[in-house]
Design a protein around this ligand. Structure first.
Ligand code: FES
Length: 141
């Protein structure tokens, strides 16, 4: 089924949540999975409503995010949004990364079913937490 037809449907013909092709692709082959050994910042953020968690580790070169990895303890959308987030922030400064919203993350994965939008919120919250820590570390917050 093409993406346009898929978008309007909540469930697939087989009764699964109707994820975008990008979410499915990233769920099957997530990028940047793991934890950076000599990370500058490691944070963990959870969503008490679903019980899922994401762990984000960042390595900086001055104020630029040189490397980013994530570990997911959650759903397919948690994995996909964690993966895309790490790709989106690599090479960005702290200030540039601060501008990333949950809508940006959701857009990058081709949209999320309404019941899964909070997964993009969780990924973004972990980023904000990590960036706050980074700014505290360099004395700017
Ligand atoms: S259902 Fe909780 S992060 Fe996806």
């Amino acid at each position: 089924m093409d993406e346009k037809k898929k978008k309007g449907k909540k469930y697939t013909e087989r009764g699964f949540l109707n994820y975008s092709d990008k979410v499915v692709e990233l769920f099957k082959n997530p990028k940047n999975v793991g934890e950076i050994e000599d990370a500058d910042i490691v944070v963990q953020e959870g969503d008490p409503t679903c019980g899922d968690t994401i762990r984000l580790s960042l390595k900086f070169e001055n104020d630029v995010i040189e490397d980013a990895k994530f570990l997911s303890f959650g759903c397919a959308a948690n994995i996909a949004t964690g993966s895309i987030l790490t790709e989106m922030i690599k090479g960005k400064t702290v200030r540039e990364a601060e501008e990333i919203t949950m809508n940006d993350v959701e857009e990058e994965v081709g949209g999320l079913p309404p019941v899964k939008r909070h997964c993009a919120v969780l990924a973004t919250k972990s980023l904000q937490k990590a960036l706050n820590k980074a700014l505290e570390k360099i004395g700017e917050r």
